[in-house]
Design a protein around this ligand. Structure first.
Ligand code: C2E
Ligand code: MG
Ligand code: MG
Ligand code: MG
Length: 294
């Protein structure tokens, strides 16, 4: 009956008018029992993260990783992140999810540090969480609980097209920067109002969306857009990261254009924290870094 109550709450919280145009990616596969199991997983901290390496293009070295949330349902198997994130949002549990991802990401950062390596760790936060200062309070609380160096943490702001209170979003990002963390604009180039958001918020990093990255080797227009976005990032003193790098030609042109970092299946898929550490160890002990990355 608790599960049914949770499902009822989920249905009530789901308000298609409020999110019209940005309807979460709920698949028809969602039902009350899956919903209940998701809520249970959140309550029991039964979700995990994977780390996807970020490579410094100048040196070929792993310098960071993006933390990506994962949830495996007992009967349906691994559920795509975008799907259950949208679900968490519609039942008002996105902050809970973020808190758990953050705690796990801080733990991963500390584990790396104990192994003599201090990568930057990126954590995704949806722009709809910038509507008030709760997220700042949460980050502050997690920092107090952990010995992590905030300078090693980057907050990636996703879904920036959904920001409707720019002033509040700016204030929240400024406070995150004041805590010592970096702030990144994720999936840059897709969605609306990106340039306005870019000019208004205090970002330290720009992440090129994989839509353009994946087309740049075959499509001159996509390449031109990437070139100018890399220049734009430089002119604004932002670290420029390309996501979705899947082939060597793309890796080479990003390097040539002067993009700072790359992330993608060519180098590595998202992996468990232990495997990430192992990969770093392997790379450190290898003289020839290009052996890994084209
Ligand atoms: P994102 O932040 O843009 O993350 C990159 C996504 O692209 C990840 O998908 C990653 O697995 C995938 N990817 C990485 N390299 C490649 C590649 O070379 N080719 C292709 N085709 N895909 C690649 P994932 O893990 O399914 O996450 C999807 C989205 O869900 C993320 O997109 C992000 O917006 C969101 N997300 C993931 N974890 C969290 C989280 O903890 N909190 C929030 N709010 N959102 C999250
Ligand atoms: Mg991201
Ligand atoms: Mg991204
Ligand atoms: Mg993306």
């Amino acid at each position: 009956s608790q599960a049914i109550a949770a499902a009822e709450r989920a249905r009530e919280a789901y308000d298609p008018v409020h999110i019209s145009g940005h309807e979460p990616e709920r698949s028809s596969q969602w039902d009350y029992s899956l919903q209940a199991r998701l809520e249970e997983a959140l309550t029991n901290d039964d979700i995990s993260i994977k780390l996807q390496p970020q490579i410094d293009l100048a040196s070929g070295q792993i310098v960071g990783a993006e933390a990506l949330v994962r949830w495996t349902d007992s009967s349906r198997g691994e559920i795509p992140a975008a799907q259950f994130i949208a679900q968490c949002e519609s039942v008002g549990r996105l902050d809970d999810l973020t808190q758990r991802v953050m705690a796990k990401s801080f733990e991963a950062a500390i584990l790396c540090e104990r192994n003599g390596f201090s990568p930057s760790i990126s954590i995704n936060v949806s722009s709809i969480q910038l509507v008030d200062r709760r997220i700042v309070a949460m980050i502050h609380r997690e920092l107090e609980r952990s010995s992590v160096d905030p300078a090693k943490i980057t907050i990636e702001i996703t879904e920036t097209a959904r920001i409707d209170d720019l002033a509040m979003a700016r204030r929240v990002c400024e406070e995150i920067r004041a805590l010592g963390m970096a702030v990144s604009i994720d999936d840059f180039g897709v969605g609306s109002a990106n340039l306005e958001v870019l000019s208004e918020l205090p970002f330290s990093e720009l992440k090129l969306d994989r839509i353009f990255v994946q087309k740049m080797a075959s499509c001159p227009k996509a390449r031109a857009i990437i070139v100018s976005m890399v220049h734009l990032a430089k002119d604004m003193s932002l670290i420029c990261v390309a996501e979705g790098v899947e082939d060597k030609a793309t890796y080479a042109s990003l390097k040539e254009i002067g993009c700072d970092r790359a992330q993608g299946y060519l180098m590595a898929k998202p992996m468990p924290v232990r495997a990430f550490l192992e990969l770093v160890r392997k790379q450190r002990s290898s003289a020839d870094v290009d052996r890994f990355y084209g």
